[in-house]
Design a protein around this ligand. Structure first.
Ligand SMILES: [Zn+2]
Length: 212
């Protein structure tokens, strides 16, 4: 029988002991927590005005690395969305607007200056610096965030740490420790990773039935 014991848990960390499943399955859960559980990240940026010293590509890259609060109930991966539109729809993308100007003195633009159309999907912190503006410099842009997976690009990784340690090999007992980037609660990353493993195995079962 499978047993899970929670040793430590808060919003960003979870440490569990998993007993009764083979190391390869426990390791799949660890890997899926990094590479398969989706999170939101900015993926496309339309620059309307940029008179800062940072060039457009670098600015877009920096915006992509800001972890965003993610809601996996309301959003779907663009490739799984019914809209099939390259522009996306309210089910598969979120618009964030940045409109900043340094009037008469130097100004640092922070993640908190990004205004999201969805009050839940926003930077995990308001104090991540993006760019410094000199007087009279302006940045105006539209940023589109979407769900993606860590295996596609590291900016979609929901975890900063995901490790598995054997406790007792004979009894198939392992300790799994997950630390979240802040996009999702650590416990949700764990359950999603298990769900994804379950889905893949079911899919495999279905396909194997057709093999004669
Ligand atoms: Zn869509």
């Amino acid at each position: 029988m499978v047993k899970i014991q929670v040793l430590e848990q808060d919003e960003t960390k979870i440490k569990v002991v998993i007993k009764g499943i083979h190391r390869s399955y426990a390791n799949a859960i660890r890997r899926f927590a990094i590479s398969e559980v989706p999170t939101m990240a900015i993926d496309e940026v339309v620059i309307i005005e940029n008179s800062s010293i940072m060039y457009d590509e670098l600015l877009a890259h920096r915006l992509g690395l800001i972890p965003l609060k993610t809601d996996l109930e309301r959003y779907v991966l663009p490739e799984e969305c019914d809209c099939k539109s390259p522009l996306g729809c309210p089910r598969c993308r979120v618009l964030l607007v940045l409109d900043a100007e340094a009037v008469d003195k130097t100004k640092v633009v922070y993640s908190g200056d990004l205004k999201s159309e969805d009050k839940f999907v926003k930077p995990i912190s308001n104090s991540i610096p993006i760019v410094k503006l000199a007087p009279r410099q302006v940045i105006k842009l539209e940023a589109y965030a979407r769900l993606g997976k860590g295996k596609e690009h590291a900016k979609w990784q929901p975890t900063t740490v995901s490790v598995l340690k054997p406790i007792s090999e004979e009894e198939d007992t392992h300790m799994l420790y997950i630390e979240s980037s802040g996009s999702l609660p650590a416990s949700e990353i764990l359950t999603k990773a298990v769900e994804i493993l379950h889905k893949k195995l079911l899919d495999f079962l279905e396909k194997s039935k057709s093999v004669k």
